[in-house]
Design a protein around this ligand. Structure first.
Ligand code: GLV
Ligand code: MG
Length: 356
């Protein structure tokens, strides 16, 4: 436990104030790229226009021989691009690696004003976040940065899942959590080699027909990630952090990727990772509330007035709770519409609707 009053104080003398609140910003897709790859670095100005979050990856998928080049690339990309209202994040190496101290040091001292969020992999408990929190405060104080960098944890170890609520509440810097199904599967000794998504072996089967025991018995595939996703969403919602689904590895299977993203969206996640340009559009479509739902929610809000009591609309009961559900839908849509004019039009928002 930390003294909650300390949440409003910097952890190092001269460090900026920690954030009081995590402002919801559209982050439908966190687009990963390798900053050591010159071809990808050249595409950054174009990608900035297409994504809500651009993330320079320093951890897994970056070869050991490229770790320094990736960090240097990040700093140079951070300082030579105008990100506008697109967020710029990075994923540092894990806390037990030989690179991470230099990752933090160089990022804060050379790109501390440009990086919005640092994603920390393989977080196992609040002690990891306390360490990062203190270190960032020291580095920010030394560099004289004007704002405090937020922290995002990847939920990808069995111990991390066990401690997810404590991780979320460990620091006011905690921006959110992503589910990391590949490392998590390995940590739990799950017997799947897929990165996210379903598995045809994880199913339930109907009972045999007593009069015809050899008849076909239909099965239904179940969701391997449901339990973890639910824990993560509750821990985040309870502490004012934002939950995200992580990577979907089968780039060729856009249908299953969309299903996985939609499950996450319906359960309360605000976005997912995109590992390939193809997945940017999927995430944009899935994590923008469906226009027909938004129009319906607007109608319920209009007809419910102050939101008290009960009314029927098209045979459906509406009351104080349903109007709150509708506000969630409309507020999410407004957030997206302020950034994405195509969706503003589909949601039929006026410029006045989007003020404030
Ligand atoms: C992501 O980092 C994962 O391990 O799935
Ligand atoms: Mg991982």
């Amino acid at each position: 436990m930390r003294n909650p009053r300390d949440f409003t104080k910097p952890l190092a003398i001269g460090a900026p104030m920690p954030p009081n609140d995590i402002a919801p910003r559209p982050s439908r897709m966190i687009h990963f790229f390798d900053p050591s790859n010159e071809r990808m670095a050249n595409k950054v100005p174009d990608i900035i226009k297409k994504v809500d979050v651009l993330l320079a990856n320093l951890e897994d998928a970056i070869e050991v021989g490229n770790k320094v080049a990736a960090r240097e690339g990040l700093v140079s990309i951070a300082n030579s691009n105008d990100f506008g209202d697109t967020q710029f994040w990075t994923r540092v190496n894990s806390l037990d690696s030989p690179w991470v101290l230099d990752d933090f040091t160089q990022i804060v001292s050379e790109a501390g004003e440009k990086v919005d969020v640092i994603m920390v992999p393989k977080v196992e408990g609040p002690w990891d976040i306390h360490y990062v929190d203190q270190l960032l405060a020291q580095l920010e104080a030394k560099a004289g940065t004007s704002r405090s960098i937020q922290v995002h944890a990847i939920l990808e170890t069995a111990l991390g899942v066990t401690n997810v609520e404590e991780i979320c509440s460990a620091s006011p810097r905690m921006q959110g959590i992503s589910l990391g199904p590949a490392d998590l599967a390995a940590s739990r000794r799950m017997k799947t080699t897929r990165v996210g998504g379903g598995h045809p072996g994880y199913l339930v089967r109907v009972d045999p027909d007593a009069t015809n025991p050899d008849a076909h018995r239909p099965t239904a595939q179940q969701d391997l990630w449901h339990y973890t996703m639910a824990r993560m969403v509750d821990a985040c919602a309870a502490t004012g952090c934002l939950p995200y689904y992580g990577p979907f590895g089968d780039i060729g299977d856009s249908v299953a990727c969309e299903d996985q993203f939609r499950n996450a969206f319906l359960m309360g996640c605000v976005g997912a990772w995109s590992l390939h340009p193809k997945q940017i559009d999927i995430a944009r479509r899935v994590f923008s509330p469906p226009p027909d739902e938004v129009l319906w929610a607007k109608r319920v809000i209009d007809e419910m007035g102050d939101g008290a009591g009960t009314i029927m609309i098209d045979g459906k009961m509406q009351d104080d709770a349903t109007v709150k559900q509708c506000h969630v839908m409309v507020n999410t849509a407004k957030l997206i519409a302020r950034r994405d004019t195509e969706y503003a039009e589909m949601y039929a928002f006026t410029p006045q609707d989007l003020e404030g």
